[in-house]
Design a binder for this molecule. Structure first.
Ligand SMILES: [Fe+2]
Length: 404
């Protein structure tokens, strides 16, 4: 076995059993995808929205979960509890709320025949009820999906009896953010469908090796610098299910003229990383988990298909929902500190545009990679130490697909 090459990277976690070659071809086949739906997506705790989207009693979000062909209605009830239901009227199975909408309601009335449901799911109104023989409204509540809020995210689990609690599923991540995202506001929200396997889309964000090359125009000097020219991650952790790494800022970063203007009045945001003191004992354990100096941001893969990028004063939630073996719906929501001035809004706008440009570069490789792998010419990819989270991703896929 060859020695691990020198790097500034501190690796944490059990990396035994990971392989630096992966047969991706077998994992983008429809038959394999069907197993992933049953063994991974029906069993995992899946983040479906951010708790920030449900700010008050009555707030709701209708969100679809493509791999399970499910539409969910996620609601903060009048008792302040967040619940998830199938977004299905209990009369004729019409969608109660249009997909991908949100707002605030005391109750939900189906547009078809005006059956009404409370925010806690109870059926509270059946029009012309006497015409339904033997009707008992209490048996017609919305169909619940197991739902819990943690780390600023709303998680659901579709299995009747989850194999792990949410705390067990998240491991060290659980409780690690300690309200770190409180007070932030949404600054961007968009989605796109790409002709690529969900694996290939997730893989584009869980390594920083590409940033020096693919992002050479948009992020020419935001990381690395003389002391770390290849932009090695200073901290990379393989957890039992998930994976995360931190990135360092480049101390020699030169703000561009536009960046100077964007951040002249508001707080500095990506890619002009402000210094953050992470040394306080009560600093959230999941933020800069390796306590690296000159910290820029973290990327955490919440297995299977959610990625959280968190930096000082901003974070990005990214979902990579498989539609089938060849198509993925990517959803992105950006958040930043609550704006109190026009200067803050300018800073937010710059972050929004900058993130989108970088993201456009990230998605630019996905369809080509998918088509190349599909051709069968090169079934196997090879991965470096800096791409260890990809190694972990595929190991976890194989583990769960192999479970009875
Ligand atoms: Fe990238």
């Amino acid at each position: 076995m060859s020695a691990v090459p020198k790097s500034i990277t501190v690796f944490k976690g059990d990396t035994s059993g990971l392989r630096n070659t992966v047969n991706v071809l077998e994992k983008i086949q429809p038959g394999y995808f069907a197993q992933e739906v049953d063994k991974i997506y029906r069993r995992a705790w899946l983040p479906v929205t951010s708790a920030a989207e449900l700010p008050q009693r009555g707030s709701y979000v209708a969100v679809d979960v493509p791999p399970l062909k499910a539409s969910l209605l996620v609601v903060r009830g009048q008792d302040d509890i967040v619940r998830a239901f199938y977004n299905i009227c209990r009369h004729r199975a019409n969608k109660l709320v249009p997909d991908n909408t949100q707002g605030s309601k005391l109750a939900f009335t189906c547009p078809f025949h005006a059956w009404t449901f409370a925010a806690d799911g109870r059926c509270i109104g059946i029009t012309d009820e006497s015409q339904f023989v033997g009707m008992d409204k209490s048996t017609r509540a919305l169909i619940p999906v197991r739902c819990e809020v943690a780390e600023g995210l709303v998680f659901v689990n579709f299995s009747a009896e989850p194999r792990e609690t949410l705390s067990e599923w998240l491991g060290d991540i659980y409780g690690g953010y300690q309200g770190h995202f409180d007070g932030r506001e949404q600054i961007a929200n968009w989605s796109i469908v790409v002709n690529a396997s969900w694996h290939i889309t997730v893989n584009a964000f869980t390594e920083g090796y590409h940033s020096l090359f693919l992002h050479r125009a948009t992020l020419p000097d935001y990381q690395g610098g003389k002391g770390n020219p290849m932009r090695h991650r200073p901290f990379l952790e393989v957890m039992p299910r998930h994976g995360r790494y931190s990135a360092k800022a480049n101390p020699d970063h030169k703000m561009t003229p536009v960046e100077e203007i964007a951040y002249c009045a508001g707080r500095k945001l990506y890619p002009a990383f402000p210094r953050v003191d992470c040394s306080a004992p009560d600093f959230p354990s999941a933020v800069n988990p390796g306590r690296v100096d000159n910290w820029a941001f973290d990327i955490t893969e919440f297995f299977p298909c959610f990625i959280l990028i968190d930096g000082a004063e901003w974070h990005q939630c990214m979902w990579f929902w498989p539609i089938d073996a060849d198509h993925t719906q990517i959803r992105v929501i950006d958040y930043a500190y609550g704006a109190a001035s026009v200067g803050d809004r300018l800073a937010h706008s710059y972050l929004r545009v900058r993130n989108r440009e970088v993201f456009r570069e990230d998605i630019s490789t996905m369809e080509a990679i998918h088509a190349s792998v599909k051709s069968g010419a090169m079934p196997e990819i090879v991965l470096s130490q800096q791409e260890m989270l990809l190694q972990k991703h595929y190991a976890m896929v194989e583990k769960m697909v192999g479970e009875p």
